[in-house]
Write a protein that binds this ligand. Structure first.
Ligand code: HEM
Length: 409
């Protein structure tokens, strides 16, 4: 089958704010297409995205199988040296043995018990953030609550001292710009600087924890050992930074997009209020998943094709790239009943928001807990919460979120 050719400028403000109609048309009329500008084959349906994510013939890299020359990749871009010193050691971008080794080491210390132990601190932090704005009767939800909460939690979990925490958000922000399709020279410089400084800071903290271990993930990762396997120094630093970044970027966007979705769906807003008042934890859980399905904070991920293959008549060549619109799969009527409606009590909800397969989000239990606690405390404390102006989307589609969500209460 010859693939249709089609281009979407995913960085257009209109598409970022509301990609749903275009993606629905594509699901119906052109479920996969080749985009000559991004040079990728995009998939839009839930079924194909799910099966590709579980398919070992695709990977986040090819370098575990082939050298750069064999794939025909140019040598690494020297302009990106600082950024690469970090990114090349991020296990999310590894495949095969290296990925399995580091993922199992991290899983050994980032346990469900450790996540659950954060509940009290999460509640306390959310209350504190609300205390700070309650008397004003209004605030920007993103800056006052959505952003600081996951940053505090992930910094606590890793063990970043208060005095260094102000670096986390700006450095992380500079680094994640490299994941968008398209960036400027200035953004490359900033990402290099941020990654270099970040690697250095974590290295110093790791040395401290080697000498004086504490009850935190940096100390655990310094010591972790599974059948003789440990993390190298660069892997250790990059893993900590990756957890810090992954641990807040998407959660900030998940909670602010979720609250906006509630404002736009009055009956579901009331249902959420009711669930919190009645302490209905099962509805709260399904509500958080539904908000994360309805608005997907990380809408698109890419994979390399590791060997020539075919899916539903679409030929994929070794070395080519695919783009998977998780955000589109999450609204697919072939998989979800009434996909364009926010239904907090939705039971059958195989959301793609946390991915699937080998790279399934390691932080999903923490993200879910954070959002459950946040919405629960928010509606208890501010039952009259409402939108107080236009929400404003941030630039960038690959990491999709709000820059502003004015609220009053
Ligand atoms: C709403 C919040 C979050 C969303 C939407 C999200 C989404 C995702 C997705 C889609 C992936 C897979 C990427 C792919 O398919 O290529 C992923 C991987 C990952 N996430 Fe999350 N995430 C969230 C929060 C977190 C948190 C709080 C943490 C940890 C502290 C975290 C840590 C990770 C890690 C370590 C991976 C890499 C797993 C691997 O490659 O084996 N995430 N996340």
């Amino acid at each position: 089958m010859t693939l249709p050719s089609h281009h979407i400028d995913i960085n257009q403000a209109d598409f970022i704010a509301n990609p749903y109609a275009q993606l629905e048309t594509l699901r119906n009329e052109m479920p996969s297409y080749h985009d000559p500008v991004w040079n990728k084959t995009f998939f839009t349906r839930h079924a194909e995205i799910s099966s590709l994510l579980k398919d070992k013939r695709l990977g986040r890299t090819m370098l575990h199988l082939y050298s750069r020359e064999e794939i025909g990749w140019p040598p690494p871009d020297v302009r990106m040296k600082g950024f690469r010193s970090y990114q090349d050691n991020v296990f999310m971008d590894m495949e095969g043995k290296s990925h399995t080794r580091i993922r199992s080491l991290v899983t050994k210390v980032f346990t469900p018990k450790r996540v659950e132990s954060l509940r009290g601190r999460l509640e306390q932090t959310t209350h504190k953030l609300i205390d700070a704005v309650q008397a004003d009767g209004k605030c920007d939800f993103v800056h006052a609550i959505a952003e600081p909460l996951p940053v505090v939690m992930i910094a606590d979990l890793l063990g970043i001292p208060e005095s260094l925490r102000h670096h986390l958000r700006p450095w992380s922000n500079a680094i994640v710009k490299m994941y968008e399709l398209g960036y400027t020279d200035e953004q490359v410089d900033e990402a290099n600087r941020a990654a270099t400084n970040f690697m250095e800071m974590i290295g110093e903290l790791a040395n401290e924890r080697r000498a004086h271990p504490q009850d935190d993930l940096i100390s655990d990762l310094v010591q972790v050992n599974e059948q003789g396997e440990t993390l190298t120094e660069d892997e250790l630093r990059a893993t900590c930074i990756f957890l810090l970044n992954a641990g807040h970027e998407a959660t900030v966007n998940g909670s602010s997009l979720g609250l906006r979705a509630l404002f736009q769906n009055q009956s579901q807003f009331e249902a959420m209020k009711e669930a919190v008042l009645q302490n209905n934890s099962s509805l709260l859980k399904s509500a958080v998943d539904e908000m994360l399905r309805y608005e997907t904070p990380l809408p698109m991920f890419e994979r390399y094709v590791l060997e020539d293959m075919e899916i539903n008549g679409v030929q994929l060549k070794r070395g080519s790239e695919v783009g998977l619109f998780y955000i589109s799969g999450n609204r697919d009527s072939a998989r979800f009943e009434r996909p364009n409606e926010l239904i907090l009590s939705r039971e059958d909800n195989p959301l793609l928001t946390f991915g699937l397969g080998t790279h399934y989000c390691l932080g999903a239990p923490l993200a879910r807990l954070e959002l459950q606690v946040l919405f629960s405390v928010l509606f208890q404390r501010l039952p009259n919460i409402h939108a107080a102006g236009e929400a404003q989307f941030a630039k960038g589609f690959v990491i999709r979120g709000l820059e502003k969500l004015p609220i009053s209460f």
